[in-house]
Design a protein around this ligand. Structure first.
Ligand SMILES: [Zn+2]
Ligand SMILES: [Zn+2]
Length: 346
């Protein structure tokens, strides 16, 4: 099969013919119809996120059609449509071996720990797949697997968002764009979006944010206190992954507020307001990914028309053009939300 493979040694991404993977007894082989290009792929390829294995096929935001089913897999058959979770439990750690695989201690991310979906085929455990009803485009389904599910889990689970609360979102790119829509869907009473790009701020306002701020030219925590009657926010998300952003997230919190670190960063976590942090009962929470049930929720919301992701598909490109797709996202050319790779359309 054709695949794009990343080599950590020289940071190259090459289009190659590689052996088509065979599914194990509990695995399913899926013919990829769409897979997103994520900023974390950009960061793997440019070396700012350390590589976990020497060579890997990136791509952790896939949807496709079941091609071959392992002998012990229940329920799935060739031709079924599916969205694939962008990670899997290890199956071997203490929690996995007592059936608590959702609390896996050695969770593996597709396209980082094991081969992903910038390829014609991928194999995944059957329990990492959510059925996809007819009528949902593969491109929109695919982005559920990271750009939508990750902020969804961060908002409702890690962040504990409750209806009526106020929310601040830093970084209105692939994840933040959907965080605006989801915060609105989940009943946030006030949503502020923070991004240095004017086009990203406009997008946030058009999708339901009440206020959009430019961190380069505005006093963000001051503006937020002004807009909330001096109270500050209940929940803030750092979707960028930078300590300066996390500091603003904490500085913008109200009493009992929670800041969730969603964007990945190698920087030290440092906070300025140490006294207020205790007095105001603030929390800073780390976050990664989501669980399969979040993907199940989102497929239902998409199928029911509660969630409209049509504006999120910035472009669909053949696998042959994936290197240029990575460059376009890295340079924010045209401010893309998601550029999708469609391997089987090549
Ligand atoms: Zn991602
Ligand atoms: Zn495990």
């Amino acid at each position: 099969m054709k695949a794009a493979r990343f080599t950590a040694g020289d940071k190259s991404l090459d289009l190659l013919d590689v052996p088509t993977p065979e599914p194990g007894p509990l695995e399913v082989r899926v013919r990829i119809q769409a897979c997103g290009i994520c900023l974390s792929d950009v960061h793997l390829i440019d070396g700012s996120i350390p590589a976990i294995v020497p060579q890997v096929i990136p791509g952790h935001e896939p949807s496709g059609i079941v091609d071959k089913v392992g002998e012990l897999v229940p329920g799935w058959k060739p031709g079924d449509r599916a969205v694939l979770a962008g990670g899997r439990s290890c199956g071997r750690c203490r929690n996995c071996t007592i059936g608590r695989d959702e609390d896996c201690l050695a969770f593996q991310i597709m396209g980082f720990h094991y081969d992903g979906s910038w390829a014609e085929y991928v194999t995944v455990p059957y329990f990492a797949m959510t059925p996809l009803p007819e009528g949902i485009p593969f491109e929109q389904a695919a982005i559920l697997a990271d750009a939508v599910a990750t902020p969804y889990a961060a908002l409702i689970d890690r962040g504990g968002l409750k209806p009526g609360e106020s929310v601040g979102l830093w970084g209105i790119g692939g994840l933040g764009t959907h965080a605006v829509q989801l915060a609105r869907l989940c009943g946030a009473s006030f949503i502020v979006a923070v991004d240095p790009l004017a086009s990203a701020r406009e997008r946030a306002l058009s999708l339901g944010a009440d206020l959009a701020l430019d961190p380069l030219s505005q006093d963000v925590p001051g503006e937020i206190r002004g807009a909330t009657g001096g109270l500050g926010l209940d929940l803030t998300l750092d979707l960028v992954g930078a300590n300066a952003v996390l500091q603003q997230c904490v500085s913008s919190l109200g009493h009992g507020g929670r800041a969730v670190m969603v964007g990945l960063s190698l920087e030290h976590v440092q906070l300025e307001r140490s006294l207020l942090f205790g007095v105001m009962k603030h929390s800073v929470l780390g976050h990664l990914g989501y669980q399969r049930r979040h993907l199940d929720d989102l497929v239902k919301l998409l199928a029911a028309g509660r969630l409209d992701l049509s504006a999120s598909i910035s472009d669909v490109i053949p696998l042959d053009d994936v290197v240029d797709g990575v460059r376009r996202l890295a340079e924010k050319e045209g401010d893309p939300v998601r550029i999708m790779v469609a391997p089987m359309n090549a």
